[in-house]
Design a protein around this ligand. Structure first.
Ligand code: ADP
Ligand code: GN1
Ligand code: MG
Length: 357
């Protein structure tokens, strides 16, 4: 028998598994690649219950969203689908109460950790734009808010200030510059939530984790094929989906780069993504959303920097770290990008206006 999580045997695979290995670069879930005796491949995931506490609701969301997306695509490789358990359930809850799900492995694809050329990034814009458009006729209110206040940036500041007060490991004194950077932007952090609360910005079905590595590209054509990592699909703001992509993909270096001279916010990369995104879903966005797309980019970068900083201060309890200081390294890249966005603020708007048809 192969070694690996025994939970795989509860699912309806074509044949017994012959190979199991840990897979991917995610920060949150445990992901395994499975190969069965017919050479068919699968992705098995154990959901991180610490982070996704409303795990049942999360799986209900994924079932509804994957069913909806599959109705709109012509090829099965273009949308995820849940492979049921042998007793006909859409996911498994094991004897320890852990949640597991199985997807078909979408083969002959590449998953990019960093933008290799602008064309790829533009393609990811097409993928997330299509996602936004395809989900437009899905009732956002029918989805559970699986992580409450996920992109409520002012609330992220509350958590940050609580962490600062508690400072359990005495780390705050070592990151004063980052703390000051964050505090100086606290007022700005309410910009998008205010627009939502006043009713000026609509609630939509959003992916909420639109990083480049949550899109699979066809290995041969290099076209974006499938949007993955649907754990955070929830009601949210479209500008934040735009922003989360730009935060990650328009950086010239990895999110955890330690040499900050390599980290820069690239306007040409932002332009590539903006074209792909707005070509596919621009017409469905309101003027208010279009006007504030750049705020989505800055907000998501600021928010992630703040979350990394908070986690560093709290003792690395949320994000998986692979080395000492990993979270503070991640925070520093984000804050460097925020600073650059502020100096390139007008040019960001010019790029958006140019891409609006
Ligand atoms: P996390 O939430 O931990 O980021 P993901 O759902 O994004 O988890 O999966 C982690 C990685 O596994 C992805 O970056 C991708 O490389 C790979 N992956 C996930 N689902 C599939 C799939 N259905 N087919 C092929 N690769 C996949
Ligand atoms: C986490 O799932 P993953 O690793 O792609 C996080 C995102 C952050 C991101 C930063 C549920 O995403 O919100 O933007 O790390 N997901 C969750 O890289 O907190
Ligand atoms: Mg992922």
């Amino acid at each position: 028998m192969v070694t690996g999580p025994k939970q795989i045997h509860a699912f309806k695979t074509d044949a017994d598994p012959i190979f199991i290995t840990k897979y991917g670069n995610g920060h949150i879930n445990d992901t395994y690649l499975i190969v069965d005796g017919t050479a068919r491949q699968y992705i098995l995931q154990k959901i991180n219950k610490n982070i996704f506490r409303a795990t049942h609701e999360l799986m209900e969301n994924i079932k509804a969203v994957t069913d909806h997306l599959r109705k709109h695509v012509m090829q099965s490789r273009k949308a995820l689908s849940l492979i049921p358990t042998k007793d006909g359930k859409d996911w498994l809850v094991d004897e320890d109460g852990e949640y597991w799900r199985l997807y078909p492995f979408i083969s002959d694809t590449v998953c990019l950790q960093l933008v290799e050329n602008p064309e790829d990034f533009k393609e990811s814009g097409v993928a997330f734009g299509n996602f936004q458009r395809t989900m437009a006729d899905f009732d956002a209110g029918s989805l559970f808010e699986t992580i409450p206040r996920f992109h409520d940036t002012p609330n992220r500041y509350t958590n940050f200030k609580n962490a600062l007060r508690a400072d359990p490991l005495g780390r705050a004194k070592d990151v004063k510059r980052e703390i000051d950077f964050a505090l100086a932007r606290e007022e700005y952090a309410g910009t998008l939530m205010k627009l939502y609360e006043s009713g000026d910005m609509p609630l939509r079905v959003t992916h909420n984790d639109t990083k480049l590595n949550n899109v699979l590209f066809d290995r041969e054509t290099r076209k974006a094929l499938c949007v993955i990592d649907l754990d955070t699909v929830m009601p949210g703001l479209a500008v934040n989906d735009f922003g989360c992509s730009v935060r990650f993909g328009a950086s010239t270096a990895a999110e955890d780069e330690t040499d900050l001279t390599k980290v820069s916010f690239s306007l040409p990369l932002m332009e590539a993504f903006t074209e792909g995104f707005l070509n596919t879903c621009g017409e469905s966005l309101t003027d208010c959303e279009l006007y504030h797309l750049r705020d989505g980019a800055k907000m998501m970068t600021l928010e992630d920097g703040l979350r990394f900083l908070t986690d560093y201060i709290e003792g690395d309890v949320y994000y998986r770290i692979k080395r000492e200081n990993h979270n503070i390294d991640r925070c520093r890249t984000q804050f460097k990008l925020v600073g650059e966005m502020e100096t390139k603020w007008d040019q960001m708007q010019e790029i958006i206006l140019k891409a609006v048809k």
